[in-house]
Design a protein around this ligand. Structure first.
Ligand code: BDR
Ligand code: CA
Length: 323
């Protein structure tokens, strides 16, 4: 069977980096066409470099392109207090031998979609603000015909993390989210309702850190940084949000999903960046809806699948790098 073609848009970011590890562990199941970086958790310089170093370290041999250096309308946010000054929980990855593409990420997306074999489409996995994808859709509206679906980490039904109702990726660029939501492309929103369940517990993180396995250890170190330096320490567990879109691709059965219509508040004020999921089944024909929101997740299965994948990835890396 033909493998699903995927492009990753991300802002590494501790959990983006762990998501790249999870993707690398499963790369035989997909055809990953490239990684585009977008400003979000850190500056565009840092997240682009991080994407390149992390991908190469975990054995993802794909092009990496630098994207938008800030949101469409407002100034960039960053999340250094969560992800550290370097964006990777102060963990050091070896400098990649490869280079970032000269081509801008938005143009890379356009070209890659244009060059697809006839009738083929791409799945986008987005784990940062939706700025690059929105720019693509604005500049090249026909590009949407080549996108099968966008599975993104962002948004929330029950409550936010940056404000009482807004989640970081959407709050960072609500105008971009609005463009994507209105595009008609099928969407899967992996928001906080599911991702706050998708955690690693303190003892699991400690075991990863103490393992001699290179992938497990560096992912444990990164997750440990977030766990010890944020409010996650009071919970005793840390959400690995950005793994969820990948996990949903491979194990949809561990999530509760509901079909919905997505929109987002862009007005200035307390609700800016809040996602609105219309779940009024009596108001529309659910069967006709092409987008969905994840509302719950099986925490134990998530932990089992993620931890197993990290150890398996590390086995393939042993001997390649000094421990
Ligand atoms: C999201 O925001 C970022 O800090 C994480 O990388 C994740 O994509 C969680 O709200
Ligand atoms: Ca992210």
């Amino acid at each position: 069977m033909e493998k699903r073609r995927i492009i990753v848009d991300c802002d590494p970011g501790v959990d983006d980096a762990i998501a790249l590890a999870y993707a690398a562990a499963n790369q035989d199941k997909f055809q990953i066409l490239g990684i585009t970086a977008v400003s979000g958790n850190q500056s565009i310089e840092k997240v682009t470099r991080n994407a390149l170093n992390v991908a190469e370290y975990f054995g993802l041999d794909v092009p990496v392109a630098r994207g938008m250096e800030g949101p469409i309308v407002k100034e960039p946010l960053s999340a250094g207090e969560i992800h550290g000054e370097n964006g990777l929980g102060q963990c050091e990855f070896p400098e990649a031998a490869g280079a970032v593409l000269e081509e801008h990420a938005v143009l890379f997306l356009y070209r890659t979609l244009k060059e697809l074999p006839k009738g083929k489409k791409v799945t986008m996995i987005a784990t940062g603000p939706l700025t690059n994808i929105a720019m693509l859709l604005k500049l090249f509206p026909k590009a949407k015909e080549k996108i099968l679906e966008i599975i993104f980490m962002g948004g929330a039904v029950m409550g936010g993390n940056v404000t009482p109702s807004a989640e970081f990726n959407i709050y960072a660029d609500p105008e971009a989210a609005s463009i994507v939501f209105q595009s008609g492309i099928p969407l899967v929103m992996c928001g906080l309702d599911a991702t706050l369940k998708c955690t690693l517990k303190r003892n699991q993180v400690m075991k990863l850190c103490q393992s001699g396995n290179p992938a497990a250890k560096i992912c444990g170190d990164m997750a440990g940084f977030v766990l010890e330096n944020t409010s996650a320490k009071y919970r005793g567990e840390v959400s690995i949000h950005d793994v969820v879109p990948w996990m949903y691709l491979l194990h949809p059965e561990i999530f509760t999903a509901k079909r919905t219509i997505l929109s987002v508040e862009c007005a200035d004020g307390p609700a800016r960046g809040t996602t609105i999921c219309d779940l009024r089944w009596w108001d529309h024909d659910e069967e006709g809806l092409t987008s969905a929101v994840l509302l719950d997740a099986d925490q134990e299965k998530f932990q089992e699948y993620l931890i197993t994948a990290l150890y398996e990835l590390g086995e393939t890396m042993k001997g390649k790098y000094k421990e």
